[in-house]
Design a protein around this ligand. Structure first.
Ligand SMILES: Nc1ncnc2c1ncn2[C@@H]1O[C@H](COP(=O)(O)OP(=O)(O)OP(=O)(O)O)[C@@H](O)[C@H]1O
Ligand SMILES: [Mg+2]
Length: 271
């Protein structure tokens, strides 16, 4: 089945698809600096906190880090289901690490921490990337600083990278979590897009899909930027709706009125 707006604008592929290869990610200077900082923190064997609003590109930043980190010397393990109690959390880690899951919480923890020590002996640094970490159960959070303790807390054998919404900062600031936050050495935010970023991002996406014309009027981009509040995922959604609508109306460009309708028609938010 043909997709009309792709033909109408001569796109070779869906311009705002989430299915981008690591090499195709948009890395403007601000994101490059963040990826550099994260790679350096991991090289230093530090643990890291990375926060930002939904859709600003946190997980894509992790993908950019994955593409940069040398396979030799570093082992990244990505966990995205944070909605688990402590025992299932460790079971998930065992599974991701290729370890046989044990029955009890203590045995699961022992398997993971022994694996970390084995990797250390092989000069391999493990990095556990815990995405959606604002959803971690408190009993899991209570335990993470223990997972970072090797040889009487004298070795930095593991980096934890906690990634989540800004409320994760509030949770970690609670007195109950002070032992953990003290061990998270580096703390970063992914900022929402600026208006210049939104222009660049649109241009990059359209060019990658084979169309380097200015398909969005400048004031349309201004409105798109305001309405999406710097979220790339929202830009993807509203821009796709708008291109589809412009094609339906046989227009060659997305003007401000189409963005305005896209926002009114598809927005689920209220001020
Ligand atoms: N660097 C990038 N290059 C290209 N597209 C990107 C980039 N960052 C984000 N996007 C687009 O925005 C979408 C959302 O990004 P991402 O999933 O990284 O956000 P997030 O901050 O992890 O959101 P959430 O908090 O909801 O998990 C991606 O699916 C992709 O389409
Ligand atoms: Mg994410």
């Amino acid at each position: 089945m043909t997709i009309k707006y792709l033909d109408h604008f001569n796109f070779s592929t869906k311009p705002f698809s989430k299915e981008l290869g690591d090499a195709e990610l948009w890395i403007p200077p601000t994101k490059k600096a963040l990826v550099d900082d994260l790679c350096e923190a991991i090289a230093d064997h530090d643990s890291v906190l990375l926060t930002g609003e939904p859709g600003v590109g946190k997980t894509c930043v992790l993908r950019a880090v994955r593409a940069r980190i040398p396979a030799q010397g570093c082992r990244l393990t990505y966990c995205h289901n944070a909605t688990l109690g402590r025992r299932d959390f460790y079971r998930q880690l065992c599974h991701a690490l290729g370890l046989a899951p044990s029955a009890t919480a203590a045995a699961l923890f022992y398997a993971v921490s022994t694996h970390v020590q084995d990797l250390g002996r092989d000069h391999m640094h493990p990095v556990f990337l815990l995405d959606e970490a604002h959803l971690l159960h408190q009993d899991t959070l209570d335990h993470l600083h223990i997972l970072l303790n090797y040889e009487w807390d004298s070795r930095a054998l593991l980096s934890l990278v906690l990634v989540g919404l800004p409320e994760l900062e509030d949770r970690l600031a609670l007195r109950r979590n002070r032992s953990l936050i003290q061990r998270i050495h580096r703390r970063f935010r992914v900022d929402p897009l600026t208006i210049d970023d939104t222009h660049d991002y649109l241009r990059m996406r359209l060019r990658r899909a084979g169309n380097d014309k200015e398909l969005f009027a400048s004031d349309a981009i201004g409105l798109l930027h305001d309405a999406t509040r710097g979220s790339l995922r929202e830009v993807d959604r509203i821009a796709t709706w708008s291109l589809r609508e412009a094609a339906r109306l046989a227009k060659k460009r997305v003007e401000r009125d189409i963005i305005s309708r896209a926002v009114d028609t598809t927005s689920t938010f209220e001020e």
